[in-house]
Design a protein around this ligand. Structure first.
Ligand code: NDP
Length: 249
């Protein structure tokens, strides 16, 4: 495949991501607090998370071990694997979602989405990367790694606060407090967006940008739905909180 063809595929996939963003204004992905019947067979929520995220980990690992990547590309690969090690194998074991299910349709569509995004990023790093003139002192590595690190840490803190709202065995919802929850309903989703913005700045290529757009297409509608859900389920919900971007959205 030529680089031009590869870029064309990234552009088409980005357009589909934008269409998904529009679709998600009208459809709420039915998992977590938005779970509802009528979406076909369901599987365990924890197993669902592992299966959904596994392609993102396995595909990037596959391309890494079967290619000869530069040091710069290797760092990108390791950061990706580090994130997905947590999301695939650690996060699902930490969440307190006893007995909760997830529609197989959601798991299947997420596997597809992760397969393409990891495939594009892995394929680029294995076949097209030309980071010989890029070094770790360049502005985009420094800025991107700061965004990525802050995003990862903030995502961990936010997810931990949310997970700890339930005592073991509890299944209900409470109003989260502290940290960025003072400003927004979904700091975990905001942080995830920050993290992949950092990755895209570091990588500075088509597939990482495409992945960032897909991430935003998923996270922004989900945060908006979470925010409205809080407002309609808790009369005492803080009025000054935004959904995902402090003071703005
Ligand atoms: P949520 O905030 O909906 O849930 C995170 C966990 O905390 C779940 O176990 C949830 O339980 C629990 N929880 C959330 N709010 C409360 C509350 N108020 N009271 C009690 N428990 C609560 O996050 P998502 O499930 O949407 O996402 C999880 C992670 O995956 C996030 O870090 C997110 O950034 C990431 N993600 C990434 C995407 C991407 O495209 N890169 C897309 C979607 C998510 P329950 O499941 O029962 O609701």
């Amino acid at each position: 495949m030529t680089l031009e063809t590869f870029h064309l595929i990234c552009i088409i996939w980005t357009i589909i991501g934008v269409a998904t963003f529009i679709l998600l204004q009208f459809v709420t992905a039915p998992y977590g607090r938005h779970l509802k019947k009528g979406w076909g067979p369901e599987i365990s929520n924890k197993l669902g998370w592992i299966l959904m995220e596994l392609p993102s980990f396995a595909i990037i690992l596959y391309f890494y071990v079967t290619s000869n990547q530069s040091n710069y590309a290797t760092v990108l690969t390791l950061l990706w694997l580090f994130h997905y090690l947590n999301r695939t194998f650690i996060f699902p074991l930490r969440i307190r979602t006893k007995g909760k299910k997830m529609p197989l349709a959601i798991v299947t569509s997420a596997i597809f989405f992760n397969f393409i995004n990891a495939g594009l990023n892995g394929y680029f790093l294995a076949n097209f990367e030309n980071y010989t003139n890029t070094n770790f002192g360049d502005w985009n590595f420094i800025l991107g790694s700061i965004f990525f690190s802050i995003g990862f840490i903030s995502n961990q803190i936010s997810d931990t606060i949310l997970i700890n709202l339930r005592k073991p065995g509890e299944t209900g919802y409470k109003i989260p407090k502290g940290f960025l929850f003072k400003l927004i309903s979904c700091p975990n989703l905001f942080s995830e967006f920050l993290q992949w913005s950092g990755f895209a700045i570091m990588a500075w290529n088509y597939p990482a940008t495409t992945f960032l757009i897909w991430t935003a297409a998923n996270l922004f509608p989900r945060a908006t739905k979470h925010h409205k859900w809080y407002q309609s389920n808790f009369s005492e919900y803080p009025k000054n909180r935004k959904a995902i971007i402090p003071w703005i959205w």
